[in-house]
Design a protein around this ligand. Structure first.
Ligand SMILES: C[S@@+](CC[C@H](N)C(=O)[O-])C[C@H]1O[C@@H](n2cnc3c(N)ncnc32)[C@H](O)[C@@H]1O
Length: 346
């Protein structure tokens, strides 16, 4: 898997000699860059954070909270645009705030990712800029901050603010931009919850605990409340962790949230695992991610437990799962989604 936009930024990260900031998005994938002392890195993905720290980078994990950086203090900000428009708007605004007059924002991304629109909006904010087309319809844009104040901030819909993302007949889900499907209930996840009992009746006894693997804002966890068991929810995305914590505080659920890369570091094992796995890292389909989620489910499932996965029909999850599980059975499908039950050898 390769990203054609990120390599356009690598020379700017390597060549930075004074106070610079690299905003690392999930699109960074597994690229390796030698650490540069002039650059600090902020990412909202805990796996990237761990990866960068291991390589020797000065890296911070947060929901792109740039308040640790003073106004007008940076020479260069480097950013490969994110999948979510409001994340990109928030970060372009913050780059403007943090840069000195004369400082530069270097952006890269694909035409189909909105890079040209970001460039136009950012140029109005910054005052000066140029962009150039590269291979595979990817663009590199350089913006120069020419003024101390501007009325042309991009609309980020108050990025950090949690809000009611959606409501169903059981819960009002607090959420925010930057989280998977932040303003809706995912149809696959709803299908899993609708048929949760079909999974549970195959257990020898009621589950004593549960793991929500890749929890997002916590939809699956909240819909386990009636089971009255401790739930552990985990995700790699800082925004998801924040929203989940808020949702768990608002309802009577015995649940905790842990930021982790595919549940790494969670020592407990569980009778019930619920999961709507991701298939994309940023703009790319990531086949390895499915494998890593299956392995995480395997490693965290009790001997007699069940892992309940929901996926799109076209994902060959059952075949992949047999690498890790004794049994992988599609228990139900509706033409769009299928529910898969995974078990160890009994
Ligand atoms: C398809 S979404 C499901 C979200 C939620 N369970 C729901 O039903 O709305 C998959 C989730 O996996 C998370 N994810 C992606 N890569 C991950 C990783 N390496 N470790 C943990 N979670 C990850 C994403 O942030 C996202 O929240």
């Amino acid at each position: 898997m390769s990203d054609s936009a990120f390599p356009l930024l690598a020379p700017y990260i390597k060549s930075a000699t004074t106070k610079s900031l690299w905003l690392a998005d999930e699109n960074f994938l597994d690229a390796n860059l030698p650490p540069n002392d002039a650059v600090i890195c902020i990412t909202n993905r805990i796996d990237l954070h761990e990866h960068l720290q291991k390589q020797g980078w000065k890296a911070f994990f947060s929901d792109y909270d740039l308040s640790i950086i003073e106004d007008n203090s940076l020479e260069r900000v480097i950013y490969r645009v994110s999948k979510e428009k409001l994340v990109a708007h928030h970060l372009i605004n913050e780059a403007y705030r943090c840069l000195k007059v004369g400082g530069e924002l270097i952006l890269a991304g694909g035409k189909n990712e909105g890079i040209k629109t970001y460039f136009t909006k950012a140029k109005a904010l910054f005052g000066m800029g140029e962009n150039s087309k590269n291979a595979k319809d990817t663009w590199l844009a350089k913006l120069i901050k020419t003024n101390q104040h501007s009325d042309d901030a991009l609309d980020d819909k108050d990025y950090h603010q949690l809000r009611t993302g959606c409501i169903d007949d059981r819960f009002e889900y607090q959420s925010k931009p930057g989280i998977f499907g932040w303003d809706k209930v995912d149809k696959g996840s709803a299908y899993l919850i609708e048929h949760l009992d079909s999974f549970l009746m195959t257990l020898p006894e009621p589950p004593k605990n549960a793991l929500d693997l890749g929890c997002g804002y916590g939809y699956l966890s909240l819909n386990l409340t009636h089971l009255d068991i401790p739930v552990t929810a985990t995700d790699n995305n800082a925004a998801a962790i924040i929203a989940c914590e808020r949702n768990f505080a608002r309802y009577p659920i015995n649940a905790k949230v842990i930021a982790a890369n595919c549940a790494q570091g969670i020592k407990d094992k569980f009778d019930l695992i619920v999961c709507n796995p991701p298939f994309h890292a940023g703009f790319s389909i990531d086949g390895d991610l499915t494998d890593r989620f299956l392995k995480a489910a395997h490693d965290h499932l009790n001997e007699q437990g069940i892992a309940c996965f929901v996926t799109n029909m076209h994902i060959p999850l059952e075949r992949k799962a047999l690498k890790y599980f004794h049994q992988a059975e599609c228990i139900m499908s509706n033409g769009n989604f299928k529910l898969i039950r995974l078990t160890h050898k009994m």
